[in-house]
Design a protein around this ligand. Sequence first.
Ligand SMILES: [Zn+2]
Ligand SMILES: [Zn+2]
Length: 178
Amino acid sequence: MPKCNVILSTQLHGLIQIFSFDLVDHCDVCDCAFPDNATNRRKHNFGLVHINNKKRHYDWFKDPNDFINEQMNKPVCRRYMHSGYCEYKLDCRYGHIKLDKKTGNPIFPEELLEWLHAKTLEQQQQEQSHSQQIKETKREPSYKYKLPSGWKVKDLPPSLKPPPLGQDYDWSRVGTWG
Ligand SMILES: [Zn+2]
Ligand SMILES: [Zn+2]
């Protein structure tokens, strides 16, 4: 290959890199970015990391009881039952829930307990912000009082006049003359 061709191709390559710099695909599920092209997208979308993240993303919106049932219905993970540890945690194709030999009660693995704990926390936060919103909308409205016809605010005795503006006065829950 002639030398100039090599230079041209590296220059072109650089140019393409510059032009494609902004064309970045972002995966919200994985919170990662990669240069946007069909190969990368396919590679990403069919990659185990993305598939697991996506599953986890959707699992998060499941009812906790459904999620637990799903975990219980998986075939038993031999690795976990044998060693008490399996790196795949909630992503494992197999189940990590043990049954207590005496009581028959399920024993949840740590990752499931963590999941449930995080879920409860999120629910509590949502309930809190919800009740906060209700409180805010319930805040007493400020009332408007109608003056008898012909009456003007400036003619009222000082005790009935609104406090002068600009002075440190709490104007919430204050009635005004309409
Ligand atoms: Zn992804
Ligand atoms: Zn496992």
